[in-house]
Design a protein around this ligand. Structure first.
Ligand SMILES: Cc1ncc(COP(=O)(O)O)c(C=O)c1O
Length: 372
């Protein structure tokens, strides 16, 4: 080979970008014993998985030597039934968790030079995947302190290169929602070439009067995608299953990114069973509604700043350094999550758990804050 030959990089520049998003740690990663630590750091369901889902997993375990279904038709049929036929099976796409769905959406619509709008504090992967696709990301932050959408700010950033706008309701980590009134104003300023992604993975938990989901706008044939997950209310985070729905045009397009045998057989069957497990869902949602006032009262009494939530977690702001606070809470048996990498520096998010777990959280809080 000629020594003077110029080196040709095999690496895609944007894919090599380092981003600061890191998922919440597992108990194993922090060296926590199963019995002694309450994990309130990843918005999981502390009641566990849907029993109906667990049953089909146990029954299916002996069939793992067989391939799963080639495509996800059965799950999409079940989703269409779940949405009471408002959306046809072909309006859904499925993937390995909401995170994979978000990645598919970015891969589907974003090329180098395109622009994406996010509103921090928000879920980190919107930014991470967009940067890795070579997009310019505009962060139009939620308004200070009450975390409302800056609709005018977002509209002002839209140009011919804009492809995606990420919204989240209820939002992670703030627990706030976007009302239908706000969304109507927002959608009125969105041109045809921009796809709105409404991440609603916590939608089961909200009891707010003005709440809505993306299906309303899908039915009006707007270019909007609703993103969802089996990780939260259904308690199946470890299985990795998520889905999205949209207009036929967008869903058919995005399904071109699906791989053969993409979903594993057990998670598909478990998800279908979970969709029919109303009792588990009801228990889960009731628990969150019942525990919220208990936590609010205690946080008020202790004097820790927090934001009222429409999800299964609460955003707090301790006066001490957030990382130190998280470390001290772990020493006292409770895992909580610092959310600086969600655009909320100094804040810590806590998942609402069982009453026992929430009592442990409050007890640990009292120890940690009194040590100061
Ligand atoms: C706002 C939001 N979207 C999407 C996800 C992805 O969920 P999963 O990949 O577990 O389905 C999460 C998980 O924490 C989230 O908080």
């Amino acid at each position: 080979m000629d020594k003077k030959e110029k080196t040709i990089s095999i690496f895609k520049p944007y894919l090599s970008l380092r981003t600061d998003y890191r998922g919440g740690k597992s108990k194993k990663e922090v060296g926590a014993s199963e019995q002694k630590v309450y994990k309130l750091s990843s918005n999981e369901n502390l009641l566990g998985s849907s029993p109906k889902a667990l049953k089909v997993i146990r029954e299916g375990i002996d069939r793992l030597h067989e391939y799963s279904d080639y495509s996800d038709t059965n799950l999409r049929d079940a989703l269409s039934t779940y949405y009471k036929g408002d959306l046809s099976a072909d309006q859904f796409i499925t993937g390995n968790g909401g995170v994979e769905i978000i990645e598919m959406i970015v891969r589907g619509f974003v090329d180098v030079g395109h622009e994406v709008i996010i509103s921090n504090p928000c879920f980190g992967p919107y930014n991470m995947f967009s940067l890795k696709a070579g997009a310019k990301v505009h962060d139009v932050r939620l308004t200070d302190d009450n975390y409302e959408l800056d609709i005018k700010g977002i509209h002002s950033k839209i140009n011919d290169n804009t492809r995606l706008i990420f919204l989240t309701s209820p939002n992670n980590p703030t627990g706030t929602i976007i009302s239908k009134h706000e969304m109507d104003i927002f959608m009125a300023g969105i041109p045809e070439h921009v796809v709105v992604v409404l991440d609603e993975v916590y939608f089961h938990f909200t009891d707010a009067a003005g709440y809505f989901i993306a299906s309303k706008y899908v039915k009006e044939n707007r270019r909007i995608i609703g993103v969802n997950s089996f990780s939260k209310a259904y308690g199946l985070a470890g299985l990795r299953l998520g889905y999205a729905y949209s207009t036929l045009e967008l869903a058919n397009y995005l399904r071109n990114l699906s791989r053969p045998f993409m979903l594993n057989s057990l998670s598909t069957e478990a998800a279908i069973a979970a969709l029919g497990d109303d009792a588990h869902l009801k228990r889960t949602v009731n628990l969150i509604q019942k525990e919220k006032p208990f936590l609010y009262q205690n946080l008020d009494r202790i004097g820790l700043k927090y934001w009222k939530t429409q999800a299964n977690f609460i955003l707090t702001k301790p006066e001490m350094d957030a990382d130190l606070f998280v470390e001290k809470m772990l020493e006292n048996g409770v895992m909580v999550r610092p959310v600086a990498n969600f655009g909320a520096p100094g804040c810590v998010r806590v998942t609402i758990g069982t009453h026992k777990a929430n009592e442990a959280f409050i007890a640990a809080l009292e120890v940690v804050l009194n040590e100061e």
